[in-house]
Ligand binder design. Structure first.
Ligand code: SAH
Length: 224
């Protein structure tokens, strides 16, 4: 049985950790009411396309011979790189769930008490959870030796990432205004903007301070 091969067992262990993490943190957000939902037809199609890629094809490959026509052999070093990539993915997935806390949603949604998270893994990148899914997509390809089961997450998640991310950022700009726009200038989407960080952060601090001064002056004139 194919699922008993060592790299496939490693993949299944990672799978349990991935979905276990999502289940634990997902349950914690259940009580948090939603104030906005942007789940239109496109969003539903993008989410549905992930199901065959991340569930159906890997399971057909592992537990049935149906996909064996698309099998191939990888050089022995590749699955080792796959394991390291999977470990990085799981760590980032866990940390982004932990840092987002009650603000997490599987889709384009805002919670009633939504706060902008700018710390932890969100300090340098705006989409660490999506970065973790990219890493997962690569790890799956390096662990499952099958063109369909291994690589299907890449096109499915590419569609989701490139179409959803700008909409998510627009939603966040509408909700948090300049606070999110400043956050965007300091951070990268998937990779840190380290070269710009100190300069932009100093600039933002100065702006935030002068905005605070203006607020204070406005309050003074209001109260006096
Ligand atoms: N794109 C992020 C979050 C994915 S979960 C990532 O890849 O890490 C999707 C939801 O998280 C969105 O619907 C939005 O409501 C929320 N969200 C995204 N970025 C956020 C942030 N910096 N602070 C708080 N909530 C955020």
């Amino acid at each position: 049985m194919r699922f008993l091969e060592p790299w496939n067992i490693v993949y299944l262990v990672g799978y349990v950790v991935y979905f276990g993490t999502r289940a634990v943190y997902g349950r914690r957000t259940k009580a948090e009411k939603k104030s906005l939902r942007r789940v239109d037809a496109l969003e539903k199609v993008l989410l549905s396309a992930m199901v065959p890629a991340i569930i159906v094809l890997p399971f057909l490959y592992l537990f049935t011979p149906l996909l064996s026509f698309a099998d191939y052999r990888l050089p022995p070093v590749v699955p080792w790189i796959g394991v390291a990539t999977m470990a990085a993915s799981l760590w980032l997935f866990w940390r982004s769930h932990a840092d987002l806390g009650q603000n997490w949603s599987v889709s384009l949604e805002m919670r009633e008490n939504h706060t902008l998270v700018e710390y932890g893994v969100y300090r340098y990148v705006r989409h660490p959870m999506y970065a973790s899914i990219w890493l997962w997509a690569l790890a799956q390809g390096m662990l499952l030796e099958n063109w369909l089961a291994g690589w299907s997450v890449v096109p499915a998640f590419a569609a989701m990432y490139f179409l959803r991310t700008p909409r998510e950022e627009r939603m966040m700009c509408e909700a948090f205004g300049d606070e999110y726009r400043r956050y965007m200038r300091r951070t990268g989407r998937l990779f840190p903007r380290l070269w710009a960080d100190s300069h932009v952060a100093a600039d933002d601090r100065a702006k935030a301070t002068s905005a605070g001064d203006t607020d204070a002056r406005a309050k003074d004139s209001h109260t006096s």
